[in-house]
Design a protein around this ligand. Sequence first.
Ligand code: GTP
Ligand code: MG
Length: 236
Amino acid sequence: MCDTCGCNTPDNHSHNEHDKRLLELHEDVMSSNEVYAQQNREYFNKQKIFTVNLLSSPGSGKTTLLEKTIRLLKNSVSVAVIEGDQQTELDADRIRSAGANALQINTGAGCHLDAHQISHAIKEIELDSNSLLMIENVGNLVCPSMFNLGEHFKVVILSVTEGDDKPLKYPHMFHAADIVVFNKTDLLPYVDFDIEKSQSYAKQINPKVITFELSAKTGEGMTDWIDWLKLNLTNK
Ligand SMILES: Nc1nc2c(ncn2[C@@H]2O[C@H](COP(=O)(O)OP(=O)(O)OP(=O)(O)O)[C@@H](O)[C@H]2O)c(=O)[nH]1
Ligand SMILES: [Mg+2]
């Protein structure tokens, strides 16, 4: 083993060579992910399955937003959820209780879902044509942004307890976002979070981003989010 970097190549290897190998490996992983993502997207388009990928830090309210969305939509559209967590089936159980079909992926040490995992999951879970598929990614604002799953939109959820500076501090995530949902607005009176400032930071990173403000807990502001989903479902 190399004493300098700890890799399994002989200890006299050049570190330029080592860096080059790491770069090649990274490119292989990303290009293989893109192939699966493209296949997933073709499947979603063919079956008219509108697919959103929900990303956020742990606890910002992804599952709560999914539960509320399912309860509001399940009588008019077929909804399924793929849940990504390092461990447990807890979120998938919550989704089933809300009335939707759910499949849990446990990533173990992995910090994100990838398109290959989704390609297996969509074979396992029963998806109807003309339906809505929501994917809850593993909670963190870093790695999930790098992996395209074949989804139509990436939705980043930022809760008002996290600090309004997050778009500037995690620019890759907010650059990848199509939508930013500001959640837990019921807590605004109790925290120092300037929504307008945070929106302007998100638009500074990504001028095309669409934003919603809501409380998944009280339901306030949910109408705009639900209308946006319905509009995209009918356009599929
Ligand atoms: N006050 C308030 N609490 C909320 C809201 N949305 C979610 N919560 C609470 O925030 C906590 C975390 O919510 P979850 O929905 O589990 O968050 P998550 O993003 O799915 O968490 P992970 O899957 O662990 O990343 C729970 O205690 C929720 O009840 C909201 O709009 N307002
Ligand atoms: Mg969750």
